[in-house]
Design a protein around this ligand. Structure first.
Ligand SMILES: Cc1cc2nc3c(=O)[nH]c(=O)nc-3n(C[C@H](O)[C@H](O)[C@H](O)COP(=O)(O)O)c2cc1C
Length: 161
């Protein structure tokens, strides 16, 4: 998909069909994560947990019944906020790749906020000791077609000096 079209069609998906995500597509999404820019990469490189097992998915709260969730976890950061920013870069790269592959997807913080307090799930998902789940991407096939924006319209306030 053309890059501008990818940007214009990325929208949060909260209704997924039961159709599983093909292994090749999941792999491309995972590879896109490794192309993200990272702060302090020697100390603060995130790890990914790809969850497609139905039993494991059932233990995650706030994933909108998506058939796949990729959790991004980071080690403690020596500089405040770097882990969160790295996780954000990684999730956004995956979101754009998923969009370009025709997959519905949504950036999720809530699921990881819950997971951080759930020792049993942290073990079940084999999140490495000392790593904190900071963000996630839920993905699958959306029930509804995405309404593609017709043109670039800025939503953010911008000050030009
Ligand atoms: C850092 C971050 C955390 C988010 N966490 C959640 C979440 O936990 N649950 C949820 O339903 N949506 C979550 N979202 C999705 C936002 O609600 C969504 O991106 C926003 O409403 C804009 O809609 P759009 O993505 O369709 O443009 C999150 C988005 C970001 C960037």
């Amino acid at each position: 998909m053309e890059f501008e079209k990818v940007l214009l069609s990325r929208k949060s998906c909260r209704k997924f069909t039961d159709k599983p995500v093909e292994e090749e597509k999941l792999e491309k999404v995972v590879v896109s994560a490794s192309l993200a820019p990272l702060g302090l990469p020697k100390m603060c490189t995130p790890v990914l947990t790809v969850v497609t097992d139905k039993d494991a998915l059932a233990g995650l709260k706030g994933i909108y019944d998506a058939p796949a969730v990729i959790i991004v976890s980071c080690p403690p950061s020596p500089a405040p906020g770097i882990g969160d920013q790295n996780a954000g870069c990684v999730v956004e790269m995956m979101s754009l790749m998923a969009t370009s592959l025709g997959l519905g997807n949504i950036y999720l913080y809530g699921v990881t906020a819950n997971l951080q307090k759930d020792e049993e799930m942290l073990k079940k998902l084999a999140i490495p000791e000392g790593y904190t789940p900071l963000a996630a991407l839920a993905l699958g096939y959306g029930e509804e077609d995405v309404d593609i924006c017709k043109e670039f319209v800025g939503k953010l306030s911008v000050t030009k000096i």
